[in-house]
Each structure stands twice: as structure tokens, then as C-alpha cells.
Ligand binder design. Structure first.
Ligand SMILES: Cc1cc2nc3c(=O)[nH]c(=O)nc-3n(C[C@H](O)[C@H](O)[C@H](O)COP(=O)(O)O)c2cc1C
Length: 118
């Protein structure tokens, strides 16, 4: 299980509400420029993925996009939410975890240290 907190005024908020799903993408340090842009502009004012020419694909189990250039992506279904303060807290059930092959050892363990995550 994971949890994310989203302020209702964010454009992303209604998407999570309507689809009942979200994907957590873990970015590498080399993704800093894209990360800053995505975290400071709103999708309400234009397609951020298109503006950055970002590669994305549909998630396998939930109705949300996956950022192809992130080494780990976690697909989640919202099972509960509440808003005790500024952010609505969405509790997600993890449906799938995608990890780039180069970051897995022969037993399927994730090589976190190799990833250079942000
Ligand atoms: C490092 C960082 C962390 C952020 N964390 C959150 C967060 O946890 N919840 C949230 O609602 N906004 C968070 N924000 C702000 C949103 O990313 C920002 O308002 C963004 O423009 C929202 O885009 P949207 O309107 O397309 O959803 C964060 C921004 C940065 C730079």
C-alpha cells in the first residue's frame, strides 16, 4: 500500500478522483529538468508531456500513464481517500511494480543503488 497527498486545486486531483487510479514514477537524477517542469506547471494550462516531448505509455492494470524514462513505476488503485487538511490523501493498493531490466539481478531483486534515483 502507498499514499499520496494531492491538493484539490491541482489539475491532477480530478483525474485521480475520476479514474480511481494513479501511477508513482521514481525519477533518476538525470530527470531533474523534467521533474522541475512537471512539479511547477499545471496540466490545466497545456499538455506537459507534449511540451517536454516525454515518452509515456498506458499502465497495464490501471487507467493512468507511465513515464517510460523512469526506472520504476508503481501502478495503484485508490481504495480509500480522506481530506483531513490541505491535501486529499489517497491510499493506493499496489497493482504492479515495473522495474527496468537493467536494475534487476538474476533473482529479481531490485538494485536500488545502481539507479541513481533523485
Ligand atoms: C518537489 C515537489 C513536490 C510536490 N509535491 C506535491 C504533493 O505532494 N502534492 C501536491 O498536491 N502538489 C505537490 N507539488 C506541487 C505540484 O507538483 C504542482 O502544483 C503542479 O504544478 C501540479 O500540476 P497539475 O495542476 O497538473 O496537477 C509538488 C511540487 C514539487 C516541485
Amino acid at each position: 500500500m502507498v499514499m499520496v497527498g494531492i491538493v484539490p486545486s491541482r489539475f491532477s486531483h480530478h483525474m485521480v478522483k475520476e479514474t480511481g487510479a494513479f501511477v508513482i514514477n521514481l525519477p533518476k537524477k538525470s530527470f531533474q529538468k523534467e521533474y522541475n517542469y512537471l512539479g511547477s506547471r499545471s496540466g490545466r494550462n497545456g499538455d506537459k508531456f507534449a511540451a517536454l516531448d516525454l515518452k509515456w505509455e498506458d499502465a497495464e492494470y490501471v487507467n493512468a500513464p507511465i513515464l517510460s524514462d523512469c526506472p520504476v513505476s508503481i501502478e495503484c488503485t485508490v481504495i480509500e481517500s480522506s481530506q483531513p487538511g490541505t491535501h486529499e490523501l489517497f491510499i493506493g493498493k499496489v497493482e504492479a511494480v515495473h522495474v527496468d531490466e537493467e536494475y534487476l539481478d538474476e533473482k529479481g531483486n531490485i538494485l536500488w543503488n545502481k539507479m541513481d534515483l533523485m
